[in-house]
Design a binder for this molecule. Structure first.
Ligand SMILES: C[S@@+](CC[C@H](N)C(=O)[O-])C[C@H]1O[C@@H](n2cnc3c(N)ncnc32)[C@H](O)[C@@H]1O
Length: 322
């Protein structure tokens, strides 16, 4: 029994140990530069020795005009688990920028403080640091994504975080998407992303790769950035080219909406309800469409969204949950 619990915990921890690559952080962050001026940034699932989030913000501190960078580092208390950092105490760091003008965050410029607990983002001491922050940026543990987002929302924080696109089908998360409180980030809209993994990651895992220096990576599907920071591209209209015809866009038996199989084939001249695939979210412009709801659990309609063209003059629109 104990062995099983440990195995389960190890599996869970292993699933959480994915290290984001610098290039993916740079590609996303370049869309938000204006948001960061004068702000305190928190990376709260980030061991500074491996986290490229800490690297990015410390090296770009002056360019972004940051006020302060805070990083907290989680220490697994269980040595059997896969986290690379199980032997030392949890710490948090603060960085106020380059003091000696060498444009590098030197060790003596970084304040190191010990945490009383293990650095769990839900602990009171970590919540105090969260309260100090203006914007939270990280790739949080996959297994705790829901709790993580709930805490950000509860504390009314701006954020830019990595997660799986399927998170939006969750009943607590979907209302945030529907009500335009959270949206997909700018840079990742398809394909897999490669993440660094610890040395003891199972060699037979699908999508596993080792580079010439021995660094290990795994390809992960369905990765997206989630944010409540605005960026220009999300207000660009999706260019539509197809005309509606009832044969190509049949109505559902149980709902007064047409079925659209591909986002690119949304008819330009249909202004009723439409069911669209989850990939629609990558093209969603809140000035062009309105999301009505999500339909999950029905194999025919699984992961379809109801959308209608956005028509601000319709004051009394009935919003129906799909
Ligand atoms: C997906 S990894 C990403 C690490 C880093 N943010 C990055 O992107 O390279 C999530 C990290 O959160 C840490 N973690 C797990 N549970 C945590 C918790 N309760 N509080 C804070 N961090 C946690 C894990 O050890 C892991 O390093």
């Amino acid at each position: 029994m104990a062995g099983n619990i440990n195995l389960h915990a190890a599996n869970k921890a292993k699933k959480d140990e994915f290290y984001t690559q610098l290039v993916d952080i740079e590609n996303e962050l370049k869309h938000y530069k204006a948001h960061f001026k004068g702000k305190t940034v928190l990376c709260n699932c980030d061991d500074p020795r491996i986290s490229n989030f800490f690297h990015y913000f410390s090296y770009n501190f002056e360019q972004l005009g940051l006020k302060k960078l805070i990083t907290t580092c989680y220490k697994n208390q269980n040595r059997d688990l896969f986290s690379q950092n199980d032997s030392e105490r949890a710490i948090w760091l603060e960085y106020f920028g380059d003091k000696n003008n060498n444009r590098v965050p030197d060790p003596e410029e970084i304040g190191i403080h010990y945490l009383n607990g293990d650095g769990d983002f839900r602990s009171q001491e970590c919540i105090e640091l969260l309260k100090e922050a203006d914007i939270v940026v990280t790739n949080p543990p996959f297994s705790l994504f829901r709790d993580y987002v709930a805490q950000l929302i509860e504390n009314e924080k701006k954020f830019l975080i990595i997660g799986n696109q399927n998170a939006i089908t969750n009943k607590d998360f979907f209302p945030l998407i529907k009500n335009n409180k959270v949206w997909f980030g700018a840079s990742i809209h398809s394909g897999d992303r490669e993440f660094g993994v610890p040395n003891d990651y199972p060699l037979n895992a699908a999508g596993y790769r080792q580079d010439e220096k021995g660094n290990k990576f795994i390809r992960v599907k369905g990765v997206r950035w989630f944010t409540n920071l605005d960026y220009e591209k999300r207000h660009e209209d999706l260019i539509l080219y197809k005309a509606y015809n009832p044969d190509e866009y049949p109505k559902y038996d149980n709902y007064d909406a047409i079925n659209v199989d591909k986002t690119s084939e949304i008819p330009m001249d249909y202004d009723g309800f439409m069911g669209v695939p989850i990939t629609f979210m990558d093209k969603y412009n809140p000035e062009q469409f309105e999301i009505l709801g999500i339909c999950a659990g029905n194999s025919r309609l699984n992961q379809f969204y109801g959308i209608v063209p956005y028509t601000p003059h319709v004051e009394d629109r009935v919003v129906v949950l799909f």
